[in-house]
Design a protein. Sequence first.
Lengths: 66, 244
Amino acid sequence: MTWHEITIGGYAVLLLAAIGLQLNARDPRSRIPSLREVLSRFLASRSGRIAALAAWAWLGMHFFAL
Amino acid sequence: MKGTSRWVKAWPATPLGRVRDQPSARLLRHVAAITGDARVSVLLLAGFFDGISDNWVHGIVLWGAAAAVGTEANSERHAAGGIVSTTPVGQADAVSPPSWRAAVIAGLAVTYAIVVGSWHRYTWPTTAAILLPALLLLVIAWRAPVIHQSKPRSSSGSTRPWVALGIAAGLWELLALVGQPSLTEGSYDHPTFSFLMDSVLANHLGRSLTFLAWLSLGWFLITTTTASPRATHETAPEARRDLA
């Protein structure tokens, strides 16, 4: 197994874990909130909203802008 | 020593509250509160790593965002009153536009993404095309009233799996970054997420889809918690504390 495959495998595990958490959150008995609920909690204040939008703006700049 | 004895003499007569309200003490408290905010710490760290990856402009942008978030969070903590809406998400008279307007906005976004995707990355036109919506939504995020969120069904402790996943993702990305030959040179053996995206963003379709996904994420973030002025009203400090 190469380092490339291990690194990609790590990203795949993280993605699967996120999908697993989200599916678990759909269970009404689950104490884990959905990603949308987590985001809503984070965005509940103006500072949280600014932080999220700044991170979003940076993401666009990182991939496209000078 | 003369100064010290004078200070000692003055100490018993100085009410503790007055000492706490001195400008230097206030500044220290503000700095401690700002740097202790996890959101600020993440933005500062991200700015640092972006900077040492030879992109100090983006790093400085992130540090500026950290300063803005910290300042805003500090003023939120000290606010005695203000505009807070009690309208739950989903019932708001909010930014959510009528369906025909949403369709127009979606059409414009798709057209915008197709046009911008036809341009090469890291050029001035693409930079301007990114900065335009980014600045617009940041201004809206700063100025528009916030919709009060309905409480999630679970306790605050249950967000830990998501937080742990975010930290794990950050550490994995960091491991890939330090595994590169240098911080400015990508590696096939230790690809960062950005390195993997390079192949997607190498063609027009990939750039347009990524740009559209980015615009959609921004739209989601801004419409989730942004209320129109009509949806808000002044609340008393007691009610504000209840909401917190």
